[in-house]
Design a protein around this ligand. Structure first.
Ligand code: PLP
Length: 439
């Protein structure tokens, strides 16, 4: 029996039905490094393929290590089911493909991770799905862009570089009044943001980041809140509510009924994972289980350290501006305080007065921070987007993306805060000394 609690610290260790390995009693979830599973007999095999019995068939579709990870993640998030996949990119793509087909559209926030932006603006277009980008500062923009073909709203809880927390409840409510589910990428704010409690229908993660937490594995996940009534808006969701020829005419909302409100996540597994095949490796599912176990604990330290870093940077003479939800004012600060609990996350941005050259000098002088294109590692990470991730964009495009010449993004780790501040201090001295020499 799963442990009955709402406390994420406990769920991170005990969430889901796994207690110990049925074959050996092993407490740690074993890595089931197998492609396939022996059927009991032909009748059992037929029932599994017909979805009359739930069980293991083939690791592209399901695996016991993956099951344990998915159940625990769903328990932590407060969802009814999860699907782990090969990467965060797959999670975003599957989240859309599960309910949208050629001729449909999705309304998305403009504040997105670059990979999601390209997926939406280029690749989904090739498949005939239009993505309408709107400024999330005014939630009503989502309503204005909606029509009869809109299948979902999409946004990130805590998008960088701007770090303006998304108006979750405001947009979820608009969507619910029109029959459109909100899909939220909560990669940058696990544990601290609880999207389902504010009306989101689906949560996606790049588990590569905080959930893994140790920079070892690429992975992603989709979690179904089980709180959206697909049948009440059946004409918007034919993929869930009309017979599916690829499964003997199964209607997913009907097929899911004996199992719970899991039509969305059931279809994602048995259709998208079966057909497109971006399965998570058992070894990576295991790594993410290890990550989940300390996720709430790590987030606490990330949050505390980031606040110390932001307060240090804001007083530094080489810096013109610090971007951090806890230092914002007005609507952005109000949203940060409503939607983030226990801290403001571990991403901190700042603008060096010395521009591009100071940004490069700062990065090159870092000793403890790693210079990488990643976030969410237990180690502190830094990047100067103008000379790396965003160098191919024009100056105007960089500005539109929130990337100014001297902008540096930090993903603050869980080292002792004194050591983090000491490294920043010495690297800022290098950046500043160079700027003064140049002047
Ligand atoms: N979503 C966000 C917010 C991200 O930061 C990333 C990766 O940086 C992704 C999705 C894509 O995840 P992955 O790299 O695991 O494919």
């Amino acid at each position: 029996m799963p442990i009955e609690t709402k406390n994420v610290e406990t769920l991170a260790l005990h969430g889901g039905s796994y207690r110990s390995d049925p074959a050996t009693g092993a407490v740690a979830v074993p890595i089931y490094q197998t492609t396939s599973y022996q059927f009991e007999n032909t009748d059992h095999a037929s029932r599994l393929f017909a979805l009359e019995a739930i069980g293991q068939i083939y690791t592209r579709i399901k695996n016991p290590t993956q099951d344990a990870f998915e159940e625990r993640l769903a328990a932590i998030e407060g969802g009814v089911g999860a699907l782990a996949v090969a990467s965060g990119q797959t999670a975003s793509a599957f989240a859309i493909f599960n309910i949208a087909q050629a001729g449909d559209n999705v309304v998305s926030s403009t504040d997105l991770y670059g990979g999601t932006w390209t997926l939406f603006s280029q690749t989904l277009k090739q498949f005939g799905v239009e993505v309408r980008f709107v400024d999330p500062a005014d939630p009503e923009n989502f309503r204005r862009a909606t029509d009869a073909k809109t299948r979902a709203y999409y946004a990130e809880t805590l998008p960088n570089p701007k770090l303006n927390v998304f108006p979750i409840r405001e947009v979820a409510d608009i969507g619910r009044s029109l029959g459109v589910p909100l899909i939220l990428d909560n990669t940058a704010a696990p544990v601290i943001a609880r999207p389902f409690e504010h009306g989101a229908a689906i949560v996606v993660y790049s588990t590569t980041k905080y959930i893994g937490g140790h920079g070892t594995s690429i992975g992603g996940a989709i979690i179904d809140g089980g709180n959206f009534d697909w049948e009440a808006h059946a004409s918007r969701f034919p993929l869930l509510t009309q017979p599916d020829e690829a499964y003997h005419g199964a209607v997913w909302t009907e097929a899911a009924k004996p199992l719970g409100p899991i039509a969305y996540i059931l279809r994602a597994r048995v259709k998208l994972l079966r057909d497109l095949g971006a399965a998570i490796a058992p070894q990576n599912a295991f790594q993410f289980i290890q990550g989940l176990e300390t996720l709430p604990l790590r987030l606490r330290q990330h949050n505390e350290n980031a606040i110390k870093v932001a307060n240090f940077l804001v007083k530094h003479p080489a810096i013109s501006h610090v971007i951090f939800p806890g230092l914002q004012s007005g609507a952005n600060r109000r949203r940060a305080d409503i939607y983030l609990k226990g801290g403001y996350g571990a991403l901190v941005g700042f603008e060096l007065k010395g521009g591009v050259d100071a940004g490069r000098r700062f990065i090159d002088a870092l000793r403890l921070f790693y210079h990488v294109a990643n976030i969410g590692d237990a180690r502190s990470l830094a990047i100067h987007p103008a000379s790396t991730t965003h160098q191919q964009l024009s100056a105007e495009e960089q500005l539109a993306a929130g990337v100014t010449p001297g902008y540096v993004r930090l993903s603050v780790g869980i080292e002792h805060p004194d050591d983090i501040l000491a490294d920043l201090n010495q690297a800022l001295a290098h950046a500043d000394a160079g700027a003064r020499k140049a002047a």
